[in-house]
Design a protein around this ligand. Structure first.
Ligand SMILES: Cc1cc2nc3c(=O)[nH]c(=O)nc-3n(C[C@H](O)[C@H](O)[C@H](O)COP(=O)(O)OP(=O)(O)OC[C@H]3O[C@@H](n4cnc5c(N)ncnc54)[C@H](O)[C@@H]3O)c2cc1C
Length: 259
C-alpha cells in the first residue's frame, strides 16, 4: 500500500471541502482492501466515518430515510426499518460477516457499486432517492456500470430515502467464500406495480422487466414460475454459468415474494 494523506472530517462541510482533492473513507470495508491489493491508490483520504450528519434512521411520511454513514448492523437492528421494510433489514443483516456489518455503511456500499453488492438491489427495487451534497438522484439514474455511479468527483452521499412499499422481499444465493450475491433478487410491490432488481447476475444491478410484468399482473410466488429471463447479458465464471444465473432469478424472485 502506498503512503497517503489522511484527514478526519469534523463536519459534513469539512468533508465536502476536502472531498475535492481526497477520496472519502467510510467503513473502509471495500476501499481499504482495494488499496491493500493495489487496485486503488488515492493520494489522500477524508474520513467521513464519524460524522453525525450522516447518521440516523427516521420515518418521514411514507419513506424511511437512512443516513449514508449508518452501518449495515444498525440497519439490520432497526425496528423502524424492520417495521416498514422488513426485507431491507434482512438484506443488511446478511451482508458479509459481523465485522463487515459493524464497519460498512450504506453510503459506502452504494458509492462502491460492486456488481454483486446487496444494497443496490434494494435501492433500485424500492425506487429510492439518493441524496448527495449537491442534488438528489433517482435510483434508476444512480447505478451507471461496474463500480460506477452517477456521483461526480467530490460529491458525497448524505442519505437515502426509501419509499415504504406495500410488500417486499429479498433472497440472496450466496457465494459461500465472500458472502456476496452469486445472484440476489429484491422484489417490491408499489401502488404503481412490481419492481424487481437483480444483483450479482452481470455487469451491475439491473431491473428485470419480465418479472416486473408478471408480478405487476399478479403479486404471487407462482407468477414467477416459468418466467424466462434472458442469459445474454449475465456473467459466466467459475462459480456459475450465465444460464444458471438466469434460471436462478425467477426462482429467487418467487421465494422473495413468498407464500
Ligand atoms: C469480507 C467481506 C464480505 C463482504 N460481503 C458483502 C456482501 O455480502 N454484500 C455486500 O453488499 N457487500 C459486502 N461487502 C462490502 C461491504 O458491504 C462494504 O461495507 C461496502 O461495500 C463499502 O462500505 P464502506 O462503508 O466500508 O465504504 P468504504 O470502503 O470506506 O468506501 C467504499 C467506496 O465508497 C466511497 N464512499 C464512502 N462513503 C461515501 C459517501 N458517503 N459518499 C460518497 N462516496 C463514499 C469511498 O470513497 C469508496 O470509493 C463485503 C466486504 C468484505 C470485506
Amino acid at each position: 500500500m502506498q503512503s497517503f494523506d489522511y484527514h478526519r472530517a469534523s463536519t459534513l462541510a469539512d468533508a465536502t471541502h476536502h472531498a475535492g482533492t481526497a477520496q472519502a473513507l467510510a467503513g473502509g470495508q471495500s476501499l481499504l482492501p482495494a488499496m491493500k491489493l493495489g487496485l486503488a491508490a488515492p493520494d489522500a483520504l477524508v474520513d467521513v466515518g464519524g460524522l453525525a450528519e450522516l447518521q440516523g434512521i427516521t420515518r418521514t411520511g411514507d419513506a424511511i430515510v437512512i443516513g449514508a454513514g449508518v452501518t449495515h448492523a444498525a440497519v439490520a437492528a432497526s425496528e423502524v426499518v424492520r417495521g416498514a421494510i422488513p426485507a431491507l433489514a434482512d438484506l443488511a443483516g446478511m451482508i458479509g460477516d459481523r465485522q463487515v456489518r459493524h464497519r460498512g455503511t450504506l453510503g459506502g456500499s452504494l458509492a462502491n457499486n460492486d456488481p454483486a453488492a446487496c444494497y443496490p438491489a434494494a435501492v433500485l427495487a424500492l425506487n429510492a432517492t439518493v441524496h448527495t451534497t449537491r442534488r438528489t438522484i433517482a435510483a434508476d439514474d444512480f447505478f451507471v456500470g461496474v463500480y460506477t455511479t452517477a456521483l461526480e468527483p467530490g460529491e458525497l452521499i448524505t442519505r437515502v430515502s426509501f419509499p415504504v412499499p406495500q410488500a417486499d422481499g429479498w433472497q440472496k444465493f450466496k457465494q459461500p467464500a465472500s458472502r456476496f450475491a452469486l445472484v440476489g433478487v429484491f422484489v417490491a410491490r408499489h401502488a404503481s406495480g412490481g419492481r424487481v432488481a437483480v444483483t450479482g447476475g452481470g455487469n451491475g444491478v439491473f431491473r428485470c422487466a419480465p418479472l416486473e410484468a408478471a408480478l405487476s399482473a399478479r403479486w404471487a410466488a407462482a407468477a414467477c414460475e416459468g418466467v424466462a429471463v434472458p442469459a445474454d447479458d449475465l456473467s459466466s465464471d467459475l462459480h456459475a454459468s450465465a444460464e444458471y444465473r438466469a434460471a436462478m432469478i425467477p426462482v429467487l424472485a418467487g421465494r422473495a415474494v413468498g407464500g
